[in-house]
Ligand binder design. Structure first.
Ligand SMILES: [Ca+2]
Length: 224
């Protein structure tokens, strides 16, 4: 990709889309600060996915896999990788959208934020920016994770001093656990079909209600 004189990097799926690559699927992108080779990201309508879950597996992996990326060989399910996500979101301002499909009703819900950025590895890929919420749900399920570092079973960066949030919730995530209370209000990497707390669930802290009736999920970003 380029203008003939200066080679321009394909920063994200929006760049590809603008260049006419409009098919849904994995495509090579090359963020500005990325030190390695171009890598594949899942693209749809200009959105760059960093999480997609279409198969019935949990995501209970360690720091390095979440850092570098997790991809199923039998489906498009994946976690893009925190290092890639940090490099992408450092380039420009992105909106972030989370979607999930309710298993029994088949209704798709969404949570959207008008700004999203994660920190670098030295900051434990903390969820540094999470802008204003709009969405189809009354409760802002991601807000509780704003500002918190990413944790995996082998890297405990949550706000609970007495325990590891990854243990009951069995995934990698921006677990909070402030004052040893609730670890998460959106366990998007949890296990399919299991109840709270290991399950793929959302949790309303005010009403203290967990909803684990969730099938496919996706998390994606798009330049503002
Ligand atoms: Ca802890």
């Amino acid at each position: 990709m380029g203008n003939g004189t200066v080679c321009q990097r394909v920063q994200d799926c929006q760049d590809l889309y603008d260049n006419g690559v409009i098919s849904e699927g994995f495509h090579l992108i090359y963020p500005l600060t990325w030190p390695g080779e171009p890598f594949e990201a899942y693209c749809k309508d200009g959105w760059t996915f960093f999480q997609l879950r279409v198969s019935h597996h949990g995501l209970f992996y360690g720091w390095d896999l979440y850092r570098n990326g997790i991809r199923r060989s039998d489906s498009n399910s994946h976690w893009l990788g925190n290092e890639k996500l940090a490099n992408i979101t450092a380039q420009r301002d992105y909106t972030m959208r989370m979607e999930f499909r309710n298993s029994s009703s088949n209704i798709t819900h969404y949570l959207q934020y008008d700004l999203f950025r994660i920190g670098s590895e030295v900051n434990n890929y903390a969820l540094e920016e999470l802008g204003s919420y709009t969405g189809s749900l009354e409760y802002d399920y991601m807000r509780y994770h704003h500002g918190v570092g990413f944790s995996t079973y082998d890297s405990d960066n949550d706000n609970s001093t007495s325990r590891k949030c990854t243990q009951p919730h069995l995934a990698g995530w921006w677990y909070n656990g402030y004052d040893n209370f609730t670890c998460t209000t959106a366990n998007f990497n949890g296990r399919y079909g299991e109840p709270w707390k290991a399950g793929l669930c959302i949790y309303d802290r005010e009403r203290m209600i967990a909803d684990c009736d969730i099938a496919a999920t996706e998390m994606k970003i798009k330049p503002l």
